[in-house]
Write a protein that binds this ligand. Structure first.
Ligand SMILES: Cc1cc2nc3c(=O)[nH]c(=O)nc-3n(C[C@H](O)[C@H](O)[C@H](O)COP(=O)(O)OP(=O)(O)OC[C@H]3O[C@@H](n4cnc5c(N)ncnc54)[C@H](O)[C@@H]3O)c2cc1C
Length: 427
């Protein structure tokens, strides 16, 4: 009889963990509270749903996020497999049709005879061998249960997500296709501002009405600031951040003062999202202010940006080296809840948590992911960062001895470290 394991949460991390454990022959019980529970961000009952941007960040190996994805391919990642079947054009980034992506993951998991789905909200942990991957929007009863068992060690803060518009509603007498600098496709739609248009836009953005933030703190993650918060840091800040015009000039628009970029969101190419436009403005304010963007005057908003809670553990203090919870040793934490930030980072930790659980159940010693790799460095960071702990994404800054003058060497060393880790884990 195969051994039973539980995975709580069918998001990116939970899907990766379930996939690994299914392949290892476990009877995997996946507990997912969708579609019954509406958390305001997920819109389907599919596993691996991307809740905001459809970008999995850079494809380039000299970018830490790009390298992390290559490391995951070497580890048999289900999300990388799904991404290869759902990719949409977006220059140097790997972007996907979110619907095709999630359907691929869902069909794959459901195809295993040893997969058992429980459509239910888990409110307590029962200490069976478990991967806890309930993400940044972990339901309140479960958070309360965790806080009761572990003390007030779960933190929470807000992030924000960006709006989506229909391509048909964009005015192409003003907007144009181009990717930044010399990328070989013209994947992005660009909306160029004159100085006067930019000034008026920033003025209105700063005055616009914001949504109420209930009883939670407004502590933002610096890598995902709402557009109005960036604007409040100085008039020119946006045009040196998400609205930077460099590399986006054309003969018709030789020197735009600022540019809003829109990225393709669906394979059909009918939906586009506003890059970097996470926001906490009210929906009417979003419609009014974002319609000041040249080319978006009559844009049809298919989804508005929104604020959300982001819950995560104080991992350096509450998790063991193998991602299990101190004092609840059979439960391994994966995904955003473990203190990583981002789709790909969350998915990657799902594979590692599953390997660690598998080894534990087989009486094998813990095997750390080598720090030469981006994944190993990310895990090391979330388990050893100093207080107060802030979530971390893939970047070269956390990789020890990363040589910025010789990325080739760092890439080679990361990939060969992952290959030998993977081989050792399956000896
Ligand atoms: C609104 C929003 C926008 C974001 N935008 C981006 C972005 O643009 N780019 C990016 O890289 N990252 C983004 N993130 C951050 C993060 O990368 C994603 O949230 C990512 O999906 C995290 O993966 P995960 O597997 O940890 O959690 P999720 O993918 O959220 O999966 C968790 C799953 O657990 C389920 N669940 C929750 N509680 C329970 C329970 N008690 N019982 C059973 N099931 C439960 C949920 O329904 C969900 O399916 C965003 C996060 C949010 C919330």
């Amino acid at each position: 009889m195969s051994k039973v394991v539980h995975v709580i949460g069918g998001g990116l991390a939970g899907s990766e963990a379930a996939f690994y454990l299914l392949k290892r022959g476990y009877e995997v019980h996946l507990h997912e509270c969708r579609p019954a529970r509406d958390d305001g961000a997920h819109h389907t009952a599919l596993f691996g749903e991307l809740v905001c941007s459809n970008s999995l960040k850079s494809k380039n190996l000299d970018n830490a996020a790009g390298l992390l994805k290559e490391e995951m391919r070497k580890m048999g990642s289900i999300s990388m497999e799904a991404a290869s079947k759902s990719e949409v054009p977006s220059g140097n980034a790997l972007s996907v049709d979110r619907d095709v992506f999630a359907k691929e993951i869902t069909a794959k998991l459901r195809s295993f005879p040893n997969f058992v789905l429980h459509e239910e909200e888990v409110k307590n942990l029962d200490d069976e061998p478990t991967i806890l991957a309930t993400g940044p929007l972990t339901s309140e009863p479960l958070l309360e249960h965790l806080q009761q068992r572990m003390g007030s060690k779960c933190l929470s803060f807000f992030d924000a997500s960006a709006p989506i518009v229909s391509k048909d509603s964009i005015d192409f007498s003003k907007a144009y296709f181009k990717s930044r600098f010399a990328q070989d496709d013209a994947a992005y739609i660009n909306c160029p501002f004159t100085k006067e248009e930019y000034t008026r836009f920033v003025d209105e953005l700063l005055k616009a009405e914001k949504a109420v933030l209930h009883s939670f703190d407004t502590k933002y993650f610096e890598g995902c600031l709402p557009v109005e918060v960036i604007a409040s840091r100085g008039y020119e800040t946006l045009r040196h951040g998400p609205l930077k015009p460099f590399g986006l000039g054309t003969p018709e628009h030789p020197k735009p003062y600022a540019v809003v970029q829109l990225r393709q969101d669906t394979l059909l190419g009918d939906y586009y999202n506003l890059v970097g436009f996470q926001t906490n403005l009210t929906y009417p304010a979003q419609r009014r202010v974002f319609s000041l963007i040249p080319g978006l005057e009559h844009a049809e908003f298919l989804r508005y940006g929104l604020m959300h809670r982001n819950s995560f553990f104080d991992s350096p203090r509450v998790l063991n080296e193998d991602l299990s919870i101190k004092g609840i040793d059979n439960v391994f934490v994966a995904g955003q809840l473990s203190g990583v930030e981002g789709y790909v980072e969350s998915a990657a930790t799902g594979i590692v948590a599953a390997i660690n659980l598998d080894r534990r159940l087989n009486g094998l010693p813990f095997l750390p992911v080598p720090r030469e790799s981006v994944l190993g460095s990310l895990l090391f960071y979330i388990l050893h960062a100093s207080s107060p702990f802030e979530p971390m994404n893939a970047n070269w800054g956390i990789v020890p001895n990363a040589d910025k003058h010789n990325r080739e060497r760092s890439i080679e060393s990361a990939l060969s470290a992952i290959e030998s880790y993977w081989a050792k884990a399956h000896e």
